[in-house]
Design a protein around this ligand. Structure first.
Ligand SMILES: [Zn+2]
Ligand SMILES: [Zn+2]
Length: 397
């Protein structure tokens, strides 16, 4: 009888083991001997019951205290009492058959999932058992997030290149994105009867590495217990309940979108868990540069070459705008680099319902001097204008 109640030995932990060590070993062993994973194996079933019993006592601080003190635990021992009487010893067998195990704390908050392969021995508490099992050893994300809490799906970020004209006029773009959807095979449960699959946690190696500061540890994979394979796993999603699927999403880029603009497409992120809403899709726009037009907020900037005579004598010239050609009056005596504003020839700002301007910077080009007549005229010009254009520079140096 005594050997049966070596709880610390059963769980493979020292007598001073901390709670989390006990829990960790319990999970490992319960998984190893779980009847679903060892169908028809009576020895494993017995070990499983013993592990359950040991954990029931050692995981409860009060029961553990009693056990440490008396070497066994029974509900009939007055906790913190002076010692077990003869009656206590007769009732040393804890009430640990499965029917009496209280699963309510696990069941209450469990989402209902299609149960896979209920073992005959556990029909009495099958649902609870399945759920308990799933909670401990199923998807760890779900476990850590609190199994039944609706969890919003992750947002997705995509970059989108558009050309200059698409940014000015707006455009409709068909994007192919990859988003997580509910697995159609298992409908999100992650399970499938009798199918075994390579463990995705360790890629079938049975080991996982963990970093603790600069130290790297190799541990037995907690999901498959080092076996490298999982049982009753949906083959489509590998137990995740979700699969990555390409999807075509139509996105409207509004007129005037600039590089860095971030557009939100509601509900087109990854699917949520436990009925949580899906995430959103965010599209960050990058506008390819135009060879001549430059954008500065709602304004368009452009450098326009003019001849010496146009700058000197004044002229009406045609300049490109995003609407086509526009007339610009270059006044007499315009200097190089001078800027002119064409009102409301810039980009439409739909929020302000107002267009920006086009800013034209003139660049004076010297004439090509290839003939004697041009040389003559320029010499003559120099004769008339003998002033030093660098005089102001010298006066301030
Ligand atoms: Zn699936
Ligand atoms: Zn594994």
């Amino acid at each position: 009888m005594a050997a049966k109640h070596e709880y610390y030995e059963t769980l493979g932990v020292p007598r001073d083991a901390k709670e989390d060590e006990i829990r960790k070993n319990y999970r490992k062993l319960a998984r190893k001997y779980h009847p679903d994973l060892n169908p028809g194996d009576k020895a494993a079933e017995e070990r499983f019951k013993n592990v359950q019993e040991a954990y029931d006592v050692l995981s409860d601080a009060k029961k553990r205290q009693v056990y440490d003190q008396y070497g066994f635990y029974s509900d009939n021992i007055p906790q913190g009492g002076s010692g077990p009487g003869a009656g206590g010893r007769q009732n040393r067998q804890p009430n640990m058959d499965f029917g009496g195990f209280d699963f309510s704390e696990f069941i209450n908050n469990q989402p209902r999932r299609p149960s896979a392969g209920t073992n005959g021995a556990f029909t009495g508490s099958g649902g609870g058992f399945r759920d308990l099992f799933t909670q401990f050893f199923g998807n760890r994300d779900r476990e850590e997030a609190g199994a039944s809490e609706p969890e919003k799906g992750a947002d997705l970020e995509y970059g989108l290149n558009i050309d200059f004209w698409e940014s000015i006029r707006g455009t409709q773009v068909k994007l192919s994105i990859n988003r997580q959807e509910l697995c159609p095979t298992c409908n999100g449960a992650g399970t499938a009867d009798g199918n075994s699959a390579v463990c995705p946690e360790c890629d079938g190696t049975g080991n996982v590495t963990q970093m603790a500061g600069a130290m790297k540890f190799t541990l037995t994979c907690p999901r498959c217990d080092g076996k490298g394979r999982l049982k009753n796993v949906c083959p489509t999603c590998n137990g995740d309940g979700r699969i990555l699927r390409p999807e075509s999403v139509e996105v409207r880029i509004p007129a005037g979108a600039q590089t860095g603009a971030r557009l939100r497409v509601a509900g087109k992120g990854n699917i949520g868990r436990n009925g949580g809403s899906p995430g959103d899709l965010y599209i960050t726009v990058r506008v390819e540069p135009h060879p001549f037009f430059q954008r500065d907020g709602d304004n368009i900037e452009i450098k326009v070459p003019v001849t010496v005579s146009e700058a000197g004598l004044g002229a009406k010239i045609e300049v490109p705008t995003i609407d086509g050609r526009a007339l610009l009056k270059v006044p007499q005596g315009t200097s190089n680099g001078q800027k002119f504003r064409l009102r409301e020839k810039g980009v439409m700002n739909s929020r302000k319902n107002h267009r920006g301007d086009e800013i034209v910077e003139v660049v004076i080009q010297a004439p090509k001097v290839q003939d004697e007549r041009t040389r003559e005229l320029l010499r003559e010009l120099a004769q008339i204008h003998q002033e030093d254009p660098r005089a102001e520079l010298w006066s301030k140096v």
